[in-house]
Design a protein around this ligand. Sequence first.
Ligand code: NAD
Length: 359
Amino acid sequence: MTDITLVTGDGIGPEIAEATRRCIDATGADINWLIKEAGIDVMERTGTPLPDDTLEAIRKTGTALKAPITTPVGTGFRSINVHLRQTLDLYACLRPCKSYEGVRSRYSDIDLVVVRENTEDCYAGVEFQRGKDDTDELISWVNKHSEKQVRGNSGITIKPISVEGSERIVQFAFDYARKLGRKKVTSVHKANIMKFTDGLWLDVSREVAKKNSDIEFEDRIVDNMCMQLIQKPELYDVLVLPNLYGDIISDLCAGLVGGLGVAPGGNIGEKGAIFEATHGSAPKYKGQNKVNPTALILSGVLMLRHMGKKAEADNLENAVAAVIAEGKSVTYDMKPDRDDPTAVGTSQMADAIIEKIKT
Ligand code: NAD
């Protein structure tokens, strides 16, 4: 048996976590689940949104499946999702985007993998607020040392891109491509404009590509990449991107395959991996047994592959694909008309998937 932490989250989290756990267990993956809480529900009871024993369990098992967690806007706690990624140094965000027959979308044959750097870039959190003394000091320093001048009343976000950070994520993309039998890695950047950050990223990408010459490599400028993905998505395979472009392009690719309901993800590092749906906790649907469990179940498929349980992963993915293709036992959001009375609940969709799993 393998120990895995299941973080049940809040909002719709507990319902889709339970549906996903049942589907994974039905594959015979032989998992001993450590079921742990995080989010606003446990916060109301215990005063903390991330109890120590949840973080400890994730550290101990190394791998976790996590349902969504609410991040209150304005007041309240900071994002637990970001905190977990930073604490465990989960530097690679993996977002496969694949068309499944039966999901309504403008495209029918997409099979892309987005590998996003998760720790650097404008998302590193190094920011200076307009009008603060530190910011004024920074602007004076820049204006003294740079030919280009920054206006005095600016806010500033620093964009760090390091050699180490770029190397490990590009290598991750090649390793993933090789493991999954994929043919090509495309490194995405804006090196023509940001020569010292994206330029460094591109140089490192080319160096790493030389050491992985069994897999085709190319690079694309991010704006051109957006257009190409809309016009000729079939030309692309694995995309590797710095944090900000990765965030944007992964949503674009999720849009190509039918949106949030079918967008799985994983955050992976040397110390561990957390698999989670791209969507959030959709609080208005909490406790209604209504929402689509597919994205978290497909995140479970990614987790099984990461654990080396390929047969179980394929079995579960095929079962999900079969239920979606039939279009009968699916949730409201997968019906042509969202008010379709034949839509089933979260738990019933999981039952239909379990029925399709080959034992
Ligand atoms: P959301 O993804 O929770 O919901 C947006 C809308 O998408 C919902 O109203 C619903 O119509 C639809 N939707 C989402 N998941 C669905 C599903 N499984 N089945 C059917 N329909 C679904 O986005 P939001 O409303 O912007 O965020 C709600 C909360 O979730 C926020 O606090 C946000 O910070 C948090 N969040 C958490 C994560 C995470 O845990 N990784 C990710 C994104 C957002």
